[in-house]
Ligand binder design. Structure first.
Ligand code: CP
Length: 304
């Protein structure tokens, strides 16, 4: 039994296989509509979510399966003090696979050590978000045709932005990647991600606070929200929240085939005036996330 806790739990070959399956689902959805008949997915969300939870649920329904779960810790027995380990053991009695989001880094890993069914990390604190990365990879593959040779700019809250950490880890496996890190000093990429992923894999990277000086060099621009829920001080959040706002004026400097991505939710980082620009890919990411989660459920349940 395999779980997905970190994007590196998947080999490059497994990611290629998930991308192929997702593309096949997009082309032939009818072939997949009964694949999970009789199977149940539990969504255990101890933190708010729109996309991840609903796309997991839509994915399971579109595979012919069923869904159970909760969308806030308060409505579960965690509010009475039940541990993540016990919750995972208990829900394993009711479901064939579990998607878990939790504010504490490492909680889905703990769940995977006690569950008897596969656990999918649907976001753990400021750590990782591997299924968002699967959505991001399908978006990049469909927009750019592949991964090698791309210059990726990550902009905003690179400290707490778990989607950034997971996508950098996934992209570090491809050839001739360059990374540009754009953030305020206070929200720089954690040193462990730089050391264990970028430096270890010999990925060239630069760090800057000056967004406008680098936008013309990028093939992918990955904007992120400043993660209010991870701040200890509201004052600090308010000071940093509008550090970077992508406007049509700034986008004018960018390549004509730039791919603008954002895991969403958006607060103020991308002007809505960009939404109809052909370079805006963030709503495609949302849709592709559902197909990649369908492919992942099939893989983890061992369904052909
Ligand atoms: N991208 C993402 O994780 O969105 P939600 O928080 O709405 O699930």
């Amino acid at each position: 039994m395999k779980s997905l806790i970190d994007i590196c739990d998947l080999s490059r070959e497994e990611i290629d296989s998930l991308l192929d399956t997702a593309n096949d689902i997009i082309a032939h959805p009818e072939v997949y509509s009964e694949k999970c008949r009789g199977k149940k997915l539990a969504t255990l969300f101890f933190e708010p979510s729109t996309r991840t939870r609903l796309s997991f649920e839509a994915a399971m329904y579109e595979l012919g399966g069923n869904v159970l779960g909760f969308s806030e810790a308060q409505s579960s027995s965690a509010s009475k003090g039940e541990s993540v380990a016990d919750t995972a053991r208990v829900v394993s009695c009711y479901a064939d696979i579990i998607a878990m989001r939790h504010p504490k880094e490492g909680a889905p890993l703990v769940a995977s050590m006690h569950a008897s069914v596969p656990i999918i990390n649907a976001g753990d604190g400021g750590h990782n978000h591997p299924t968002q990365t699967l959505a991001d990879l399908l978006t990049i593959k469909r927009e750019k045709g592949g991964f090698d040779g791309l210059t990726l700019g990550f902009c905003g809250d690179l400290k707490f932005g778990r989607t950034v950490h997971s996508l950098i880890a996934a992209m570090s496996r491809y050839k001739d990647i360059r990374v540009v890190l754009i953030s305020p000093q206070e929200l720089k990429l954690p040193s462990y991600v730089k050391r264990d992923i970028l430096q270890k894999n010999g990925i060239p990277y630069t760090q800057t606070t000056d967004f406008e000086s680098v936008i013309d060099s990028l093939d992918i621009l990955y904007m992120t929200r400043v993660q209010r829920e991870r701040f200890f001080s509201e004052e600090e959040y308010l000071r940093l929240k509008d550090s970077y706002i992508l406007t049509p004026e700034k986008l004018r400097r960018a390549k004509s085939d730039l791919c603008v991505m954002h895991p969403l939710p958006r607060v103020n980082e991308i002007s809505t005036a960009i939404d109809n620009d052909p370079r805006a890919c963030y709503f495609k990411q949302v849709l592709y996330g559902k197909y990649m989660r369908m492919a992942l459920i099939l893989m983890l349940l061992g369904v052909n």
